[in-house]
Design a protein around this ligand. Structure first.
Ligand SMILES: NC(=O)c1ccc[n+]([C@@H]2O[C@H](COP(=O)([O-])OP(=O)(O)OC[C@H]3O[C@@H](n4cnc5c(N)ncnc54)[C@H](OP(=O)(O)O)[C@@H]3O)[C@@H](O)[C@H]2O)c1
Length: 269
């Protein structure tokens, strides 16, 4: 796929996986627009992405959990850079913790940005996309199986899977590709923040998971977009999970319960 002059909007392009994807696509000649809330972070990312590019990077400050701001962000990008070729929705948050201790507001905020923030952008972007357009939504391994300590986050990422699976067939006849991405644990500021509130049980459950770099996940996303893949599941663990999650979930639950029992000092029946 030739990325030259393609207009790519990347939500959450100021950090982590979104920023690494923005850099990679900019280095291939794409015209990149990035969206996030923190203007200083956006400005820093702009410098880094432009260092890999000949094209200026457009930055847009917006809270995508707010529908009006999300719509305005997409409209601004299209007005300034022209028709949209690719939308990558990477903006997201995660606040792990115990269900009983997490306030309802955390569940509302997580759904508002992870699911509705994606949906608002998609709704605003689609009418500006022609045949050959592509959409990539960033879900998570926690969007394939419910993960202990991730009761606000897992449902928001499951919701993206449902959206991608039901939307794929509708957009295919229009020549617009839908891709859903299930990144494994990836070394980003978000994961670092998650580790501060992650229950001990979750840390033990995910301790053996392979850690990816944001650049590695970005490579997988771009490769997936280039070959028109519906599912991008980087690495062996995510590949197995994405293909077999329903089949292996009883075994995984048994394994997770055992770890939880060990952490709590007793083995569950
Ligand atoms: N890191 C992992 O291990 C991992 C694994 C699986 C899936 N993922 C998913 O991958 C995506 C990227 O995560 P990451 O690890 O790269 O995180 P990150 O480094 O924290 O980046 C998150 C990006 O989203 C933006 N963002 C957050 N809330 C926003 C809002 N309300 N409005 C607009 N922008 C917002 C952030 O900018 P501002 O804060 O300035 O708004 C930032 O640019 C997320 O959807 C995440 O759930 C991550």
């Amino acid at each position: 796929m030739d990325w030259q002059q393609r207009h790519v909007i990347i939500t959450g392009g100021s950090s982590g996986i979104g920023k690494a994807t923005a850099k990679l696509l900019a280095s291939r000649g794409a015209r990149v627009s990035i969206v996030g809330r923190d203007l200083a972070k956006l400005a820093q990312a702009q410098v880094e992405i432009e260092a890999a590019s000949r094209e200026p990077v457009l930055t847009i400050g917006a809270d995508l959990a707010d529908r009006a701001q999300a719509e305005r962000a997409i409209q601004t990008a299209v007005a300034e850079r022209g028709g949209l070729d690719v939308l990558i929705t990477s903006a997201g948050i995660a606040h792990p913790g115990y269900f009983r201790e997490l306030p309802v507001e955390v569940f509302e905020q997580t759904m508002a940005i992870n699911y509705f923030g994606t949906l608002y952008c998609l709704k605003a972007a689609l009418p500006t996309m022609g045949r050959g357009g592509k959409i990539a939504m960033i879900s998570s391994g926690a969007g394939l199986i419910g993960l202990y300590g991730y009761t606000p986050y897992s449902p928001s990422k499951f919701a993206l899977r449902g959206l991608a699976e039901s939307l794929r067939g509708e957009l295919k006849p229009e020549g617009i590709g839908v891709t859903i991405v299930y990144p494994p644990d990836t070394d980003t500021p978000q994961l670092e923040a998650e580790n501060r509130t992650k229950p001990e049980e979750t840390k033990r459950i995910t301790a053996t998971a392979e850690m990816w770099s944001a650049e590695g996940v970005a490579q997988a996303i771009v490769k997936g977009l280039e070959r028109g893949a519906f599912i991008v599941a980087p690495g062996q663990e995510m590949t197995v999970l994405s293909r077999m999650h329903s089949l292996i979930s009883p075994g995984l639950n048994w394994y997770f319960d055992r770890i939880v029992g060990q952490v709590r000092g007793s083995v569950n029946p």
